[in-house]
Design a protein around this ligand. Sequence first.
Ligand SMILES: [Zn+2]
Length: 274
Amino acid sequence: MPLSALAGNAALKEQLLPRLRQGQLGHAFILSGPAGAGKGTLAAILARALVCSQEQDKPCGCCPACKKALAGIHPDIITLRPEEEGKAITVDQIRWLRSDAHIRPNEAARKVYVLPEADRLRDEAQNAMLKLLEDGPPYAAFLLLAENAGGLLTTVRSRCQELSLTRPQGADDPCSDPDLDALAGQLADLWMARDEQGLLRLCVEIERTKWERARCFALLDRLSARFTRQMTQGSDPRQALRGVQVVEQLRGTRAYNMSVGHMVGWLCASVMGK
Ligand SMILES: [Zn+2]
């Protein structure tokens, strides 16, 4: 189920699923909704679906393109972030995007540009994107994330398909953490695909960030829940069962000082049953 990582939003999933099954996605989307609604999670799924090498049932999660996308290293998925923390993406960055979009994809059939906080783009920057949205190269795709789609120019909105997300119930729960949910989903997918390299890369990436122990254990809870679900609903219950066992072993190390990087390293080392 390609959309299982996205919490709630049942009607939207129903609308998207046939298009993912048929491998037919448009070229420009606005993903709108409040913080915690799952815009980042859905953008990651759509980006994977756009670069996945399968004809249908995208994203498959298993092809080399999906694995690279999961590990955050696919060269044809480009996330445009503000040059300075707290600032908006500049018109110069959009000009760069405009010229980069005319360079063919490196590996995939499509090239995907993700723009978080697109509603913070100034009018000038939005106007600089118009021609690209209307008449860009056929392989280019754009995912514009916005808390408030009303912050985008009507000319931009009219050129995109709008996918409106809502915060799932329970999102106000203090235990709710969309970043943690997304990371747990990513780890579980890599584990189920036995993607040692993907886990290793994620391990190196995460090692740099300091986490509180409570958050590490909240991640384990989420991983355990995902593997348990996979044991009954997934196609590889044995690997899911091993996932549950490894998470339990990790939980048993609670007495020791363990960082999130260690945890992912442990998962990585045990992925092939070593
Ligand atoms: Zn794939």
